[in-house]
Design a protein. Structure first.
Length: 411
């Protein structure tokens, strides 16, 4: 307890005692001496109280400075000590959580309701040993942001930004029209009619929930030991990462899925071009020029590019006549290394650009992974079924920053 609080309580007790003694018409000598003693103590406590307030104010300022300058590294270090095996044993045997795992679970429960055990998404990152990477991303917008959950994903390479949303809906206002410039036709003429500044909104909503499930046999629980930690992390990382990648590119917008880039091209206002030619740097260069003409980029290196493995094979095999230089070499010289993945449909490429700090797409993930146990379905074998629920949504704020090329390699 603070010293100032102790003194304040004692002062209140002294005032109460003095009030009782002062109410007596003929106090005894002992009572008079008691009033004198209490009065001296009260005056002395006033000085001590002021001194305590000054000292505690300095301590508060120092503590406040420490809290204000404390970075997210504290949370990352805590997540780095999070143990999924504790969660598995908690769900299976009722074993109590402890250490950093308990601290994180308690804090997540206070932030939102979970049916099972909440797991921070960052805990699913595949770790080298048990350390946390120090080069965490620096968000361009001031909002909660998920750190490098799936650094090798196609979505990340295309510039899609992952953000964390505690609850509710998140809107991205995008300007559609604004100021116009005009010249006077004569000395007293108007420079032109004003145009309203208009915006449209792209929203992220918690309407899409999916689940990653796994069955942990009784044998695995008994023999895996500490290895169960990395096994669960690898499986959840792979299945959640692959599905988030897929819905960013190919989400149908139906059957509970978010609307992805390719199926949502018309909705998002994304330009789609039918190439209908062999894979070559010239085909991609034409779209880079279109980006530049739309004032979206000023250099080919600002483009993020992704396509399927067959296009990579065609580019690498196509040599320029009389040289050992392939179309792949020409492409990577200007654009950099594209993302190559079968998540992107055959003969299709996606080109994106980050413009003025605005990402070409936003993948919003709500809260943490809600890990729920099912001890009944496999009760006969003693196995444990775990379901990790993830609520996520995807949107493209401005279609101008994305272009789709189809029919590449179709000749």
């Amino acid at each position: 307890m603070l010293e100032s609080v102790k003194i304040a309580r004692r002062q209140s007790e002294i005032r109460q005692s003095l009030a009782e003694l002062a109410g007596k018409e003929t106090p005894s000598e002992d009572e008079v001496r008691q009033m004198d003693t209490l009065d001296r103590e009260y005056r002395s406590n006033e000085t001590r109280y002021r001194a305590a307030l000054i000292a505690e104010d300095t301590e508060r300022r120092e503590a406040g400075d420490e809290l204000e300058t404390r970075s997210d590294r504290d949370w990352q270090e805590l997540v780095g000590r999070f143990e999924l095996r504790q969660v598995a044993f908690n769900l299976d045997e009722g074993r109590d959580l402890s250490g950093a795992t308990k601290e994180i679970v308690d804090e997540l429960r206070q932030a939102g309701g979970y049916q099972g055990v909440p797991i921070p998404l960052a805990a699913l990152e595949t770790r080298a040993g048990e350390t946390v990477a120090g080069d965490q991303i620096n968000p361009r917008q001031i909002r909660p942001i998920i750190d490098r959950l799936f650094p090798g994903s196609v979505a990340a390479q295309l510039g899609v930004q992952n953000i964390n949303i505690t609850s509710g809906e998140l809107a991205f206002p995008v300007a559609t029209s604004g100021a116009v410039f005009g010249w006077q036709t004569d000395e007293l003429g108007n420079v032109g009619a004003a145009q309203k500044f208009a915006t449209s909104e792209r929203n992220l909503n918690p309407d899409h929930t999916g689940g990653a499930q796994m069955v942990i046999s009784r044998k695995a629980l008994k023999q895996a030991g500490d290895g169960l930690e990395s096994a669960i992390r690898r499986d959840l990382n792979a299945v959640v990462g692959a599905e988030l990648d897929r819905v960013v590119v190919n989400g149908s917008g139906a059957d509970g899925q978010p609307l992805g880039i390719i199926p949502g091209a018309a909705t998002y206002g994304i330009a789609a071009t039918a190439v209908g030619a062999a894979a070559s740097w010239a085909a991609f260069r034409a779209e880079v020029v279109a980006f530049m003409q739309a004032n979206a980029i000023t250099s080919a290196s600002q483009v993020n590019l992704g396509f399927d493995p067959a296009i990579w094979a065609d580019l690498d095999a196509a040599l320029i006549a009389g040289t050992a230089v392939s179309e792949w070499d020409r492409l990577t010289k200007h654009v950099g290394t594209p993302a190559v993945s079968n998540v992107i449909p055959d003969q299709t490429a996606i080109m994106t650009a980050t413009v003025q700090g605005v990402a070409p797409g936003y993948l919003g993930i709500y809260g943490a992974v809600d890990l729920i146990r099912d001890p009944y379905t496999k009760a006969g074998s003693g196995a444990l079924i775990l379901t990790g629920l993830v609520t996520a949504d995807f949107t493209v704020p401005r279609g101008l920053q994305t272009r789709i090329l189809t029919g590449i390699g179709a000749v």
